[in-house]
Design a protein around this ligand. Structure first.
Ligand SMILES: Cc1ncc(COP(=O)(O)O)c(C=O)c1O
Length: 462
């Protein structure tokens, strides 16, 4: 093997050999990093590649939150499957460009083979539906809004929003991902077109409030375009009432999108799938591979029950791209990206290695760990504040509620000690609570015990 590859692989092995014994987070200050960079890389002459690999791996170990650590309980960044890392290496080395089928037939077909499998899991018909890989959930959500505009408002594509008689508006809950703020801006709909629907006491979209907002918009001459239900909200892991949202979409002829960026992976688990009921009626779905499907960033997936809106929205003709191939959807004319990386290979390899059942086991294990965490927290006197079947715990304590200690004091102390990483969850009342999500399939009860011990110590509960 060429030495440079060998060295890189050794660094990967080194990373995982003792990750549990190392800190999840270390203090970094910008000056220390920029000084090191200025000293080591002035770009005036060559740097030895072996030294560089060692140095860069060292920097990443020292100056990153270790999101693949089993005690990283953060924002959905997963521990990555080794097969997925190998997939990313192969994708980088062969560098196929998936813009057109004829340039990368094997790669395009592998992605489509895998995506058809997921379409079937979601209950969409692969013969009529379409799917492609994206850089992540934000791009997939953006694609959904463009598809909705194109499907529902035929003038949008050529005349733009100025050509529309009514202003379109979209509905998401207050707990939905904030990518929709940027998307309203980027599509030209304007941030004012985003309707934030109240959540109920379980942090699910309040259907009554949604209906009231739609009626209000209709009366005022707006065009209700789309509703997004979230399956696994970013902060609390809550699943909106998808069946009811689907019924509401049918009644008001809305495009029904499900943002299942994190929770969509649950479709693979027999135990979790029932919680996604209603997703099969979606017009489009976002599901990230780089969250609960355990592959490196950036790997999102966009699914749509209908092909036509994407074919129309992203259509383009050029005289320099290779001609199209009979019977295939050319990726660059049916999605946002033009030149495109072989994003799907990492998921293809990881999924094929374990198979559907093996993957479901990883997910069920994380749910078991989440249940263990919630049970232990409760028995130690903590209060779980939001209920979800997914492995995320949002919790508080009378000491926090009474102001004896703030959540930022708890987090600072935990980060200083470096044994675990957790975050905050802000309640509708604006009160702050704590949040821990089981992001790693490697997390074991012993890791959770460490977190519980850390919480006990920083709260002075000994
Ligand atoms: C529910 C939800 N949707 C969308 C996104 C955005 O995904 P990405 O960061 O992959 O663009 C996130 C990110 O955490 C998310 O939690």
């Amino acid at each position: 093997m060429t030495k440079i590859y060998e060295n890189a692989i050794q660094e990967v092995e080194r990373l995982y050999s003792d990750i549990s014994d190392r800190r999840v987070i270390t203090k970094a200050n910008p000056q220390e990093i920029t000084d090191h960079l200025a000293r080591t890389y002035d770009f005036q002459g060559p740097v030895d590649l072996d030294d560089m690999v060692e140095d860069i791996a060292g920097m990443l170990r020292k100056w990153s939150v270790q999101v693949t650590h089993p005690r990283y309980f953060g924002y959905f960044n997963p521990s990555v499957r080794p097969a997925a890392v190998v997939g990313d290496i192969l994708a980088a080395a062969f560098n196929p460009n998936l813009a057109v089928w004829s340039h990368a037939p094997a790669a395009v077909e592998m992605e489509q083979h895998l995506l058809r499998y997921f379409l079937r899991q979601f209950g969409l018909d692969p013969e009529r539906a379409t799917a492609h890989f994206t850089t992540g959930g934000a791009e997939a959500n953006f694609t959904a809004v463009v598809a909705a505009l194109t499907a529902k408002l035929p003038e949008y594509g050529d005349k733009g929003l100025a050509g529309l008689v009514q202003k379109p508006v979209i509905y998401v809950s207050q707990a939905a991902h904030d990518s929709f703020g940027k998307i309203s801006h980027m599509t030209g709909m304007g941030r004012g077109s985003l309707r934030r629907i109240a959540v109920d006491q379980d942090y699910k979209m309040d259907i009554g409030h949604l209906e009231m907002m739609i009626e209000n918009d209709l009366q005022q001459g707006y065009y209700p375009l789309m509703v997004t239900g979230t399956a696994g909200t970013t902060a609390a892991g809550v699943i909106d009432p998808l069946d009811e949202l689907s019924a509401m979409s049918q009644r008001y002829e809305l495009w029904f999108h499900v943002d299942a960026a994190w929770g969509g992976a649950a479709i693979l688990s027999r135990r979790l799938k029932p919680f996604l009921k209603g997703i099969e009626k979606a017009d489009s779905i976002t599901c990230d591979a780089h969250k609960w499907l355990n592959v490196p960033m950036g790997a999102g997936m966009f699914f749509s029950a209908q092909r036509e809106p994407c074919e129309r929205a992203f259509r383009i003709a050029t005289d320099y791209m290779p001609g199209s191939t009979e019977g295939v959807l050319e990726p660059y004319t049916t999605s946002v990206q033009w030149s495109r990386r072989f994003i799907g290979l990492k998921l293809f390899m990881a999924f094929a290695e374990l198979g559907h059942g093996g993957y479901a086991k990883l997910m069920d294990h994380q749910v078991d760990m989440g249940d263990y965490l919630k049970k232990e927290l409760t028995s130690l006197g903590w209060k779980i504040v939001v209920d979800t079947p997914f492995p995320v715990a949002t919790f508080t304590h009378t000491k926090i509620e009474s102001g004896q200690i703030t959540t930022s004091e708890v987090l600072d102390a935990i980060y200083n000690r470096g044994k675990a990483w957790i975050s905050e969850f802000v309640l509708s009342s604006k009160d702050r609570t704590l949040r821990a999500c089981i992001c790693s399939y490697r997390t074991q009860e012993t890791d959770i015990d460490v977190l519980l011990e850390e919480l006990k110590t920083v709260m002075g509960m000994d």
